[in-house]
Ligand binder design. Structure first.
Ligand SMILES: Nc1nc2c(c(=O)[nH]1)N[C@H]1C(S)=C(S)[C@@H](COP(=O)(O)O)O[C@H]1N2
Ligand SMILES: [Mo]
Length: 408
């Protein structure tokens, strides 16, 4: 079994963002139009497969090769649903090879009737379609300073699709959940091990994650076999994956092989060791599994390090999302968060999906570096914070992210 360098992958590339900031500082706040970074990286500042600015190429941006971790080129955002070919890919281990006829879904643990379901049996059950954003819990990690271990997502560790499948609740009802059950563990067919001292696993483990019984029984949680009306591809969990709308992506377990109902909380590797945050319980710090999405807006255009014409109007575009609530508003700032202007939300609210937004920006008359920002507020009044909470470790990057552009 091959060792997987992730999630504590130290093989990070040079940070553009930091390089940019340093050049800005060295130039007394004004960035030269063509600096060494720009010459090397291209003006969009993002790593396209062949040096093409990713915002215009529209292809997935590789962040790690083996296992495959691919970023959605967020700067190319122009539709509510992310095309399947562009939907970001987050894998911890090699994609498992699953032969259709051999595959079974086991439902075990605290149930009256343990099940072994074949694909046809699942497909014969009433289906449901839900549009849901999936955001990786590490999305935006490239913005963290100092740099963190783990995959260096810029803005594209997030995508939005229409999922079709059987509600998890229906399968649990078929099995009959026993009294005293508290959680539902979802286990994937993928397996591997980490050998690095800080991330070492006790040998080979499978990817697994749990849901509270309450979330597992919520009607929006699906065992999905289709994505945007097409069959799931192997990258995205063929033949069956969980989709847990409103929670960070780590809960949406791919390549499902077993559903285990438990009478005590699950404390697995990806539940507590990874994808957990510190909770301050009256001065006692305690690790808690990451669950619900935090409210967040991202700017798609301008992209980081884009050259923006001065004294003109620029159509800023982006997306915003949140957990159980709805996005209530998105605001835009070009003065470091001193003042905010209301952006226009597009389309209707679709529960658990992202919401596209736009803002007509009157660009500055003077050339130079400019930082633009967006922030979202949800229907419960939660606002994105300006600063990073250290209790969140290297996950849940939901503070306001500065996008640096060059006004020319
Ligand atoms: N079996 C399995 N499920 C998994 C993962 C994985 O590595 N193995 N990665 C999780 C994480 S961290 C995320 S963000 C989402 C990403 O889903 P996607 O690759 O379809 O975008 O899958 C989740 N489900
Ligand atoms: Mo993730």
């Amino acid at each position: 079994m091959k060792a997987c360098p992730d999630p504590f992958d130290g093989s990070s590339r040079l940070r553009d963002r930091r390089g940019f900031l340093q050049r800005v500082a060295a130039a007394g706040g004004v960035v030269p139009l063509v600096g060494p970074g720009f010459a090397r990286r291209g003006l969009a500042g993002q790593e396209g497969a062949d040096g093409v600015p990713s915002g215009t190429s529209g292809v997935l941006i590789p962040r790690q090769r083996n296992p495959e971790n691919l970023e959605y080129p967020f700067a190319s955002l122009d539709s509510f649903l992310t095309p399947n070919e562009q939907f970001f890919v987050r894998t911890h281990f090699e994609v498992p090879e699953i032969a259709r006829g051999d595959w079974r879904l086991a439902v075990t643990g605290e149930v009256e009737r343990p099940l072994e379901l074949r694909e046809e049996e699942l497909r014969a059950m009433p289906s449901r379609t839900v549009t849901a954003v999936i955001e990786c819990n590490g999305n935006g990690r490239d913005f963290l300073d100092p740099p963190q271990v783990g995959i260096r997502w810029e803005l594209g560790g997030v995508s939005n699709a229409e999922w079709t499948g059987v509600p998890l609740a229906a399968v649990l009802e078929r099995a009959g959940v026993k009294r005293g059950a508290v959680e539902v563990v979802l286990e994937g067919a993928d397996q591997g091990q980490y050998r690095e001292p800080v991330a070492r696993t006790p040998g080979v483990i499978r990817y697994s994650r749990s849901l509270s019984l309450q979330k597992a029984m919520s009607p929006e949680v699906l065992l999905a076999y289709a994505m945007n009306g097409r069959e799931l591809t192997s990258r995205h969990g063929f033949p069956l994956r969980a989709v847990v709308p409103g929670w960070y992506g780590m809960a949406s377990v791919k390549w499902l092989r077993r559903i285990e109902v438990t009478s005590r909380p699950f404390l697995g590797y990806f539940q507590t060791f990874a994808y957990s945050i510190w909770e301050d319980r009256g001065g006692l710090l305690s690790l808690a599994p990451v669950t619900e999405l935090r409210v967040k807006a991202q700017i798609a255009r301008p992209a980081s390090f884009e050259v923006v014409p001065r004294g003109s109007t620029y159509l800023v575009r982006g997306a915003a999302w949140t957990g159980a609530e709805a996005v209530a508003k998105v605001e835009f700032s070009d003065d470091g968060g001193e003042s905010w202007s209301l952006a226009t939300l597009e389309g209707p609210t679709v529960p658990f999906a992202w919401r596209l937004w736009r803002f007509v920006w009157r660009t500055p008359d003077r050339p130079g570096r400019k930082v633009v920002m967006a922030r979202a507020t949800d229907s419960a009044g939660q606002v994105q914070p300006m600063t990073r909470d250290p209790l969140l470790r290297d996950t849940s990057i939901s503070h306001v992210l500065p996008i640096e552009v060059e006004v020319a």
